[in-house]
Write a protein that binds this ligand. Structure first.
Ligand code: TYD
Ligand code: MG
Length: 453
């Protein structure tokens, strides 16, 4: 037991095979397979992971997923309501985006039932302490450890039994048992595997920080994403102070949940009223700007969609989007031409969702097209109107889920008019909001005329 077993792993994607081959069977890369020694757990270790035997699901209580609040409400929200003891969370993001800052702030607020162990392979103890002091954080319950050895981290975690263990970053950690360098797929897999085992057996919540590579993925992301319980990406729009923490996987909550922060001199600060923030900072309304009500994870969020149309002057047409799908835009523009008689054949069309928000639902379709029409006609929309709805290929406006939640959010933030799919008309009036229901694209464009200017 515990005897090393020969295997081959791809240096690109991390897939393993039992036999050496010239080409990786998983990602197709050539000459990337290298021998790996995987260490199988001893029989003792395995028996300790054994559960108590099957139980009737009905008898399993909710107490099993008690959550630990991190003290940062937006982080808790993105996590689906706080950290789950014994779970492993991967937080990925570009270098310098603020992962370490976010986590040292969370670490200082955690620790109600035990210390927080903050293991850093990137910064010295002095640097960590300096940052915590500069941010005015309570350092009492944070135990810091500067090491790149995963075995050292585990040893210390077994000794001090933290409530939460932060690893900053997983790419700097290495296992003494492997010859490969830190950050290689073999090291990532082994270190993450050992930390997952620690979380499951000893119960601390483990947070792994992972740097995103140029291609937009955490180095070795596939294998890490499979191994952990939740994956959150910390993102921002170039030059913006806003930071969005997006859950792309969560075994204990909704995927697509987002938490919104702003980077300040005093660390990351959570944004309590993101809808107001994303729509309130607009200057006097300009042509091409439309506010839509999206639904991200479990809550509605108002965002501004901007369109810019410009004469393409005979060059190949450009369709560029930030925050919405580019292919979807082409489909929408075709529907706009065919069913509402608004042509964009001679125009470049650029779409941007303000604040770095990404909309992956079709509910933004109608707002995108209204923004395009507003830019084409050089006519601005009233600042108090919100628009949402899916546009079908036949030019019909289709209903979207969570219609009433979206409308209530719009009213809460102070919007007074809404154009929505007819089948999303609320059963009860929404106080302060005049809602028009539309069934076709042509009807939607006509209804713009009835909005107050
Ligand atoms: P950091 O948390 O070190 O990023 P990561 O761990 O993701 O690499 O954040 C570094 C950036 O954040 C750096 O450019 C400085 C900035 N920053 C602030 O703006 N305010 C602060 O209070 C702190 C600590 C950092
Ligand atoms: Mg860092």
């Amino acid at each position: 037991m515990g005897r090393p077993r020969e295997n081959f792993g791809c240096a690109d994607c991390g897939a393993t095979t039992a036999k050496w081959q010239g080409q990786c069977p998983s990602c197709g890369a050539w000459n990337t397979l290298e021998p790996v020694r995987s260490v199988t757990p001893s029989s003792k270790a395995r028996s300790s992971t054994r559960t108590t035997g099957p139980r009737r699901l009905a008898d399993v209580g909710e107490e099993q997923v008690g959550r630990i609040a991190t003290g940062l409400a937006e982080l808790d929200h993105a996590l689906g309501g706080g950290l789950v003891p014994g779970s492993v969370v991967l937080i990925g993001g570009d270098p310098g985006i603020g992962k370490s800052t976010l986590l040292i702030q969370a670490a200082a607020r955690l620790g109600s039932s035990g210390p927080v162990l903050y293991a850093s392979g990137e910064e010295s103890l002095q640097q960590i302490s300096l940052r915590a002091r500069r941010l005015g954080l309570d350092q009492e319950r944070v135990l810091a450890l500067a090491t790149t050895s995963v075995e050292t981290v585990i040893e210390e975690a077994l000794r001090c039994r933290p409530e939460c263990l932060v690893i900053d970053s997983i790419q700097t950690m290495a296992s003494d048992q492997l010859p490969s360098v830190p950050g290689s797929p073999n090291q990532l897999r082994s270190c993450a595997g050992l930390l997952v085992k620690l979380a499951k057996e000893q119960g601390p919540a483990v947070i792994l920080v992972g740097h995103v590579t140029k291609e937009g993925q955490i180095a070795g992301p596939r294998l890490l994403e499979h191994m952990v319980d939740a994956v959150l990406y910390f993102e921002h729009e170039a030059g913006s102070r806003y930071r969005i923490l997006r859950a792309v996987k969560n075994r204990f909550g909704a995927a697509n949940e987002i938490g919104i922060f702003v980077m300040t001199e005093a660390g990351v600060r959570e944004v309590r009223n993101p809808s107001a923030m994303f729509t309130g900072a607009r200057d006097a309304c300009v042509p091409g700007s439309v506010v839509t009500a999206t639904h991200q994870g479990s809550r509605p969020l108002l965002v501004e969609v901007q369109a810019l149309t410009d004469d393409s002057a005979g060059s190949p047409l450009r369709r560029v989007t930030v925050g919405v799908d580019q292919g979807r835009l082409s489909v929408l523009l075709a529907a706009l031409n065919r069913h509402a008689g608004v042509a964009t054949h001679g125009n470049d069309v650029f779409i941007n969702v303000v604040g770095g928000v990404r909309i992956s639902e079709t509910a933004a379709d109608l707002a995108v097209l209204v923004a395009v029409v507003s830019s084409l006609r050089n006519r601005s929309m009233p600042p108090t109107a919100v628009i949402f709805g899916e546009v079908g290929l036949a030019g019909e406006i289709r209903p979207v889920p969570f219609g009433e939640e979206r409308l209530r959010e719009a009213a809460r933030v102070g919007f007074t008019h809404a154009i929505v799919p007819r089948r999303n008309l609320p059963r009860q009036p929404v106080a302060g909001l005049a809602v028009s229901g539309v069934a076709t694209l042509a009807e939607a464009l006509a209804s713009l005329e009835s909005l107050p200017s």
